[in-house]
Design a protein around this ligand. Structure first.
Ligand code: PEP
Ligand code: MG
Length: 684
């Protein structure tokens, strides 16, 4: 008979309450609890039994909400381990659950958005605007030469331990450089993977079989990564992504074990990087001063690389043709991130032209920057506040340096991105307060509440598969559907009242009922927190809001027009559709009429109107927006100096006449022709 210590104890099977199953965060909680016990502990789901002390192994179960899992243990403290871990599983491993237990939506593959332009002009999805002439650097995860047979197990074990330690130190340095950002949290998760017992055991077994440390380590992390990547189904999308993380951190360690391989990737000066994909740690470790632009064959405008390129202020394309991967290293190319192409064989005159354009753009930027700190006013004295569209405090700081008078749009969803559960109230407060403190009490801060759904899915907040996601649970509808999430965010924002002039704005309001519901939840949270003065506004992005602006204006303090969405909903053209991109024009007179209606409705109740969509930074559109009555423009940080400089050259009176003229027109082409003529007469 087995001694008590060898007896296998089996706990009752419990249903997993976590909406996204045992993903990284609950898996980490469970593994760290399991590691406190001496016993050997396994989690059992159907025919699978995995090490409960390994995050990767737990994630590899591919569990879903409702799956039944039991804890089994052998050892001196087996009984207590089974009890504690079973309770932990049943309670959701410390995770709070949003209300909606359904499937996540996967966005369209960007590959479907590709259009060929010419044989040497490769089209991609514009992910970050700008123009660059630079040399191709192909970024590949090169297959490293790893010898199979190693020295003694003791020697190889020591080599692996040293490599793991060195990789851990690199990750710590990277985390310190990144500060409190989403990227830093990903790097932190990478560091945890370095301590995963299953992964380390697997590598140790290889070493015992006389494999080299590099060979054994590579076999171990590749096996783990592919185990996760093979998981099928939408609910496992996040686990498949963790496979990328394991390969990423695995390669970092391997870099320490293989001769001549640099742990980081040294960029030459003037690089235009081409990659099939870029991992978070790749992008975070590039030298920003050497990088002129990015192209990736995968990803979309909301992907990590696109976000990073925009914050670097360099051009980028996603979803570029795979033939870009065959372009020779060091070849000279022209990248246009604004219009979405890479010219792989530019002629001498193409290059000269692009360089002249870049020099012209840089000169103009420097000129505009000199005057960017004055308050923007038209020649005849109309004050137009110019704010920045930002995601975090760092960008806010850059915005202020570029002349931003406030933040007209804090895209709070970026705080919710790139992670596997929603940020806590404290975490959100810290992030919003950092932005508010950067601005100070005299500047405005407009925080947009969570704007996800449609083109911006959140992996841990599954939204049901929808036939028309842009017409489904999107914007404020998600918040109203997830009141716990919504209330947490509102409380976190309200805690920043007083640090800056605080404004809260709801995205994608379509009906008065939605606005009233959102406001009443806000009022409840406000009375509970006794937050001071807060202005409440809404985005106008849906035709119904523009048409009924007068009714909405009675119930808000301000409107901010999201012209990107207002254009797609007015013209019924998907904003990301490659064939419709040219026609989905914010200068279409139908869209301008919606803006006019919004301004008229607001004026009747003495409310102000801003624009935070793409049109706010469009030189042709600005005179019309001002002429229609818009008094605030919120734009990407690099665009601020040019927008302020243009405003100073305009006359309100002329803008009003112009606006009335163009909203009578029938086509966007007519509007553009008239506005181009007007712009020429206003050139410096
Ligand atoms: C808009 O729709 O114009 C807007 C500013 O919101 P987003 O682009 O984030 O949808
Ligand atoms: Mg929008």
């Amino acid at each position: 008979m087995n001694s008590p210590e060898e007896q296998l104890l089996i706990g009752v099977a419990v249903g997993i309450p976590n909406l996204a199953g045992l993903h990284a965060r609950p898996a980490a909680a469970l593994a760290s609890q399991a590691k406190k016990f001496m016993s050997t502990i396994r989690l059992v789901k159907d025919a699978d039994a995995v090490n409960a002390k390994s995050i990767v192994a737990i994630m590899g179960l591919g569990s879903q909400c409702g799956d039944r899992i039991s804890v089994q243990a052998t050892g001196s403290d087996a009984a207590e381990a089974v009890q504690v871990l079973t309770d932990l599983l049943a309670s959701g491993c410390g995770e709070n659950h949003p209300e909606l237990p359904t499937k996540s939506h996967t966005p369209d593959s960007p590959m479907t958005h590709r259009i060929a332009v010419t044989s040497h002009q490769l089209a991609g999805i514009p992910a970050s605007p700008g123009l660059a002439v630079g040399r191709i650097v192909q970024f590949r995860h090169t297959a490293m030469e790893v010898v199979e047979t190693g020295g003694t197990p003791a020697l190889e074990g020591l080599r692996l331990a040293t490599a793991l330690q060195e990789a851990g130190l690199q990750l710590e340095t990277l985390m310190a450089e990144l500060g409190d950002t989403a990227e830093s949290k990903i790097i932190h998760a990478h560091k945890e993977l370095l301590e995963d017992p299953e992964l380390l055991n697997l590598a140790a077994k290889g070493i015992e079989q006389r494999k080299s440390a590099g060979f054994a380590w590579r076999a171990a992390f590749l096996q783990y990564a592919s185990q996760l990547e093979c998981l099928q189904g939408d609910h496992n999308a996040m686990l498949r992504e963790r496979g990328i993380d394991i390969r990423d951190v695995g390669r970092r360690v391997l870099g320490q074990l293989v001769e001549g391989i640099h742990p980081g990737f040294e960029l030459p000066d003037g690089a235009i990087l081409i990659a099939s994909e870029l991992s978070p740690s790749d992008t975070a470790s590039f030298d920003r001063s050497k990088l002129l632009g990015f192209c990736t064959t995968t990803g979309g405008p909301t992907s990590h690389v696109a976000i990073l390129a925009r914050s670097f202020g360099i051009p980028a394309l996603c979803g570029i043709s795979e033939s870009a991967l065959n372009l020779a290293d060091t070849s000279l190319v022209v990248l246009d991130g604004t219009n979405g192409w890479l010219n792989s064989q530019p002629s001498v005159s193409d290059i000269a032209q692009a360089r002249a354009n870049i020099a012209g753009l840089n000169n103009k930027y420097q000129q505009d920057l000199l005057n960017a700190h004055v308050l923007a006013k038209t020649r005849d004295g109309r004050r137009i506040e110019v704010g920045a569209n930002v995601r975090h405090a760092q960008e806010t700081m850059e915005g202020v340096a570029n002349g931003a008078e406030g933040v007209g749009l804090l895209r709070s969803e970026f705080l919710f991105d790139d992670r596997d559960s929603a940020p806590s109230e404290d975490e959100q407060t810290t992030a919003y307060a950092a932005v508010a403190n950067t601005l100070g009490a005299e500047r405005s801060l407009i925080v947009r509440t969570l704007d996800v759904g449609g083109d911006k899915p959140l992996s841990y907040l599954p939204i049901p598969e929808e036939a028309n996601p842009f017409l489904g649970l999107r914007g404020v509808r998600v918040s109203l559907d997830q009141p716990t999430l919504f209330r947490t965010q509102l409380r976190a924002i309200l805690r920043c009242a007083g640090l800056a002039k605080l404004h809260i704005m709801f995205p994608m309001i379509a009906t008065l009922e939605e606005l009233r519901q959102a406001k009443s939840i806000l009022a409840e949270e406000q009375s509970a927190t006794s937050a001071g003065d807060v202005q409440v506004g809404m985005m106008v992005e849906v035709p119904s809001a523009a048409v009924l602006a007068e009714q909405f204006a009675r119930e808000v303090d301000f409107f901010s027009i999201g012209t990107n969405d207002l254009t797609q909903y007015t013209l019924a053209m998907d904003r990301g559709h490659p064939k419709l991109a040219q026609k989905a024009d914010g200068l279409h007179p139908a869209v301008l009429k919606m803006i006019a209606l919004t301004c008229e409705g607001a004026k009747k109740h003495g409310k102000w109107v801003g624009v935070c969509g793409g049109l706010a930074a469009d030189a042709l559109a600005i005179p019309v927006l001002i002429g229609l009555g818009v008094i605030e423009l919120s734009v990407p940080v690099p665009a601020i100096p040019a927008v302020k400089s243009l405003i100073q050259r305009l006359s309100l009176l002329e803008c009003e006449v112009l606006a009335q003229e163009v909203i009578q027109m029938g086509t966007a082409a007519d509007v553009r022709a008239r506005l181009s003529a007007f712009a020429n007469t206003n050139e410096e």
